[in-house]
Write a protein that binds this ligand. Sequence first.
Ligand SMILES: [Zn+2]
Length: 604
Amino acid sequence: MRKVMNKMNMNWMILALLAVTMTAVAQQSASAPQNPQPVAATQPDQTASQPSQTQSGQAQANLAPPTTMDQVVDRVIVEEKELIKFLSPRTPIVETYLQNLTQDPQLGPIPQDDHYFLGRMDLSQSIDRSDFLKGKDDGMEKHLLGEFTKKFKFQYQPLGFSWMIFADRTDFDRQHYNFHYVRREFLGDVRCLVFDLTPTKDAGRGRFLGRIWVEDQNFNIVRLNGTYAHPSRNSYYFHMDSWRLNLVPGYWVPSYIYSEEGDFTAGAKNKIAFKAQTRMWGYNLKTATANDELTNIRVDSVKDSTPTAQDATPLAAEREWQQQAEDNVVERLERAGLLAPAGDVDKILQTVVNNLEITNNIDLPRPVRTRVLTTSPLETFSVGNTIVVSRGLIDVLPDEGSLAMVLSHELAHIVLGHNLGSQYAFNDRMLFSDEVTYQNLGFKHIPEEETAADKKAIEMLKASPYAQKLDSAGLFIKALQARAPQLSALLQAHLGNNITENGMVTRMAALATSAPALDWNKLDQIAALPLGARVKLNPWDDKVEIVKAQPVAITSARDKMPFEVTPFYPRLTRYSTASAPASSTTAALPTAATTADASPTPTN
Ligand SMILES: [Zn+2]
């Protein structure tokens, strides 16, 4: 095995350091007059806003570049309305993962319990809600969301977390808002104009209060940060930091929202303390209609590749049947936005699977494929010869050894012939709406098969290049065990077997016994990473890629944040038709851990 020296990011640490304050805006008078400031006539970048260069949407093509700040604000309002119109027929998937916090004297705020929401958002406000998960957390939703639910209709509950995809869906204009220009600022590669927004005196309740960043070529909002004013009694608006990405020409698509509440200063009396990440994806999924459901299902997925013109033998027929089931499931999950299209992350996973296979002389009639589930909960399953691992699980794995541990369990199921899912070779079983995917598909093994797979997996690991790296895999299990009682939502598998049972890690638990002692205070011991540390999901086309960022040194135990939620801080770039630079797909999962000793931070 080639050693991977290219150390992986600790981008979550950057995130933690760049905490954004949002109190400044409160000092501004709500009745302050609009504050137009002229744009300097000598702007060197005026040519940059020519439509021919940006290939932007139609709305922007006919507009002259604004020459005053007043005109800029007008453009911002026009572009925001254009975005609302552009997105109105779409029903992206919305996932919110929330951790309630408690104060640990050593580690700071750590998770106390957690909640998970997955659904589809209706951006046209015309269809009923549709959750993927049934009957969960209604109480908390009412407790936290107050009056959001009365005013706005989304398919997704709790919509509060996704509310700040727009500043104000209905009344984003000068009658309701004062725009106060603050300064220019770069977010990533994108130069932005920064405005503070305050509701006008008579704007009414529930208006955005905070800051917006507007890119300075087409004047789209790329980030919103703030809250809503003014809550009525018994209701609560939490604070949000909302990011958009330029994933299609001319539009910046709402992608990530971070929410956080809580005050852990001495003597503070906070009622709620939580951190929550909301991710949106699946914007470009075809909205399925009853007709699509029927026409999209193809029965020709099994291609006759045998040169002979003979009928299949019974065993060959059995294998073809299993592959048909596998293809059906993969296609159906992808269409529901729950499975990322095949891509570079799969190649990394496949490298590890190949390493396990070669060193164990495993020769399967069909190659094992790997795919990434787009969701956060930590789970894996396999169907036919396809191993599926969730984005969240890849995120938190500290190194390649622990990834090998995860994959070896599913590979063992395949090697042992624990085949599940042949019923899905019948295409009628694929005819359901996306929202009931979890009710219609399932790949849970019986306990005996789980035990047998663990045993076989450990056997394979010990014969593989990962034999020397099982300490870190064992440490990961110990870290998971330490947090499992507080993370029941993150550990609730929706398609495969749970990794834990009643708060105890069961999957591959034997590896923990030989691992070193878990010590949160040991800075060079990175047992598990925060969510979002590894995998980046493209909200438009659902493709996944490995996060590339410079490692950031860990300086205290609080920097580790295993399995935790952090703010988002994407590096913004403008849409480009040029394909991204080829990533190093030959390398397997890079090492994420770095410590102050091992890797000093750059001084600039
Ligand atoms: Zn299993």
